[in-house]
Design a protein around this ligand. Structure first.
Ligand code: SGN
Ligand code: CA
Length: 528
């Protein structure tokens, strides 16, 4: 009797429980099946530096959406590039090889698209592959089922996008458009096969034009200046003294967004010829704005610009004003990157893709936000040698961890291959970060090799140099000038005190010089 009652009452209930569990397990299986390699979204911003990310402890802005990646993944505290400039850095990330091997040493070079890259290997392994946003490698992208790229450096407003079929100008703001296209692309993917999306932003690259909605953000605050803003380069090589990347020399037109006033450009430093070009360039950019955009733009900048012209600043006061204008515009561009990344992360959540997707957030290099008085990158000093690196993959990576091992953009290609379960070719010079991220004990590199080439041509007058960095020290070799610099990173993290030829550091100097030779051999660097 009791038995039959039980059967009567629990029969339909157990059936429903059975079906609920069945659906749950099928969903889990589809979502988490170990048979399907994970999706990969590789996010790269342009010139986004760690000092402007709250997950790296920024004291000047908040990046709540990028922090979502950090909070649920791993933050790399010592992540660096091998050559701190755009196109070369991208080529390193794609190939896992140093610039002298992949053939792209500076921004003038063209990428040889016939060589091996991770998108090609993933495509061969059955991944759906796509590239959306800034490419900047001059030759046509290879290894992508879908690609939609900006022309050259790209424009902030109403940019041109190039695809296999056409070139179209889209009205709107670049960061939002790139995200719209990235989400559109995700919608086209077949959910039975894994995908790899390269979602590459133009922002916050020079000339730092914010979206309309962010034009007045930070208006009522003074952004703190870095301690080294008034660096006088005492003790340093001539390279540090001769650069042309000082905030105080930013162009009033192109960079400070003051236009149509013949007198203002006289306040800008730098070369006279470039000053005039910059002014022309700025007028051209401004004239690509729609009337509505111009209206909003002028409403935000005009009165501030007029007060600046009236104040007729000079010296330290001028430098301070330029710093505020520069850094605020930069941070406004970052705000848009952050919000748009939030849109993409929401899309993943809503479409049940979060657990099975590896997300990498990085930038093609770091950047100076006034440190040493500078903007731009190129030097092997910490701010531009560094790059942000966050990796999230809930299936395998613990939430909220950080790692101190020295990792490189050279490691991104093998890391992606490793997650995609594609064999890592022997010729690749980087190392997969996957074991580190899984918490496996690893023998890790104790020094990194760096090499910058864009001199004497190109922008910003930074001499060629190579060098090595260990956990505690850095040796920089400006080989064309025959000058070296040595920094004790533990005692002098801001790299103000060059110790090369200092007797107390003779042994360190010898060891580092020796290790530099070893690394050149290891990575097959041709002699200069
Ligand atoms: C442009 C910028 C430079 C910048 C290079 C390289 N000038 O030429 O300031 O260093 O790009 O940047 S601009 O007036 O055209 O903005 S990179 O990110 O492509 O390496
Ligand atoms: Ca860049």
């Amino acid at each position: 009797m009791i038995k039959s009652v039980k059967r009567k009452n629990l029969g339909p209930l157990s059936l429903s429980i059975f079906f609920i569990l069945l659906i749950y397990f099928i969903k889990q299986y589809r979502e988490q099946s170990e048979d399907i390699p994970p999706n990969i979204i590789f996010i790269m911003a342009d010139d986004h530096t760690k000092q402007a990310m709250s997950c790296y402890g920024s004291n000047i802005n908040q990046t709540p959406n990028i922090d979502r990646i950090a909070n649920k993944g791993t933050t790399f505290n010592s992540s660096f590039v091998t050559n701190s400039i755009c196109a070369p850095s991208r080529a390193v990330a794609l190939t896992g090889k140093y610039s002298h091997i992949n053939g792209l040493r500076d921004n003038r070079d063209e990428f040889d698209g016939n060589q091996m890259t991770f998108p090609k290997l993933l495509q061969n392994a059955g991944y759906q592959t796509a590239l959306i946003g800034k490419w900047h490698l001059k030759t046509k992208p290879q290894g992508f089922d879908i690609w939609k790229i900006l022309s050259g450096q790209g424009q902030y407003y109403n940019p041109l996008f190039i695809t296999e079929e056409d070139t179209i100008r889209y009205q709107g703001y670049v960061t939002t458009l790139i995200t719209d296209f990235a989400i559109e692309t995700l919608n086209t993917f077949d959910n039975k096969k894994p995908f790899c999306l390269l979602y590459f932003h133009k922002a916050p690259h020079r000339n730092w034009m914010p979206d309309i909605k962010h034009l007045t953000m930070f208006d009522n605050i003074d952004v703190p200046m870095p301690k080294t803003f008034f660096d006088n380069y005492e003790t340093r090589s001539n390279a540090a003294k001769q650069q042309d990347m000082q905030v105080v020399n930013l162009y009033n037109s192109l960079d400070m967004k003051i236009h149509s006033n013949d007198t203002v450009e006289k306040y800008s430093g730098g070369n006279e010829k470039f000053r005039l070009k910059a002014k022309e360039y700025w007028e051209k950019i401004y004239n690509t704005l729609t009337n509505e955009q111009k209206y909003a733009w002028d409403a935000a900048y005009e009165s501030k610009n007029n007060s600046f012209i009236e104040a007729n600043l000079s010296g330290v006061e001028l430098a301070k004003w330029k710093y505020q204008r520069y850094v605020k515009d930069y941070l406004r561009c970052v705000a848009s990157v952050d919000e748009n990344i939030g849109r993409l992360l929401d899309y993943l959540d809503e479409n049940n893709l979060t657990n099975n997707t590896v997300i990498i957030y990085t930038s093609d290099q770091g950047f100076y936000l006034g440190e040493h008085g500078w903007y731009d990158k190129r030097f092997m000093y910490e701010e531009s040698l560094g790059m942000p690196l966050l990796i999230r993959y809930p299936r395998e990576i613990k939430a909220g961890e950080s790692l101190d091992q020295m990792v490189l953009n050279l490691d991104l290609c093998p890391t992606i291959l490793d997650y995609a379960r594609v064999n890592i070719p022997d010729e690749i010079q980087g190392k997969s970060l996957r074991p580190l991220l899984k918490g496996e004990k690893q023998f890790w590199r104790k020094s990194i090799y760096y090499h910058y080439y864009e001199y004497p041509h190109g922008w910003h007058n930074v001499n060629r140099h190579d060098g090595i960095r260990t956990k505690d020290f850095k040796l920089i070799n400006f080989y064309q000038m025959g000058e070296k610099e040595l920094y004790d990173l533990q005692n002098d993290p801001n790299e103000l005190n060059n110790l090369y030829n200092n007797e107390r550091y003779t042994d360190i100097e010898r060891q580092l010089n020796k290790e530099l030779i070893n690394l050149r051999q290891k990575y097959k660097v041709p002699s200069n």
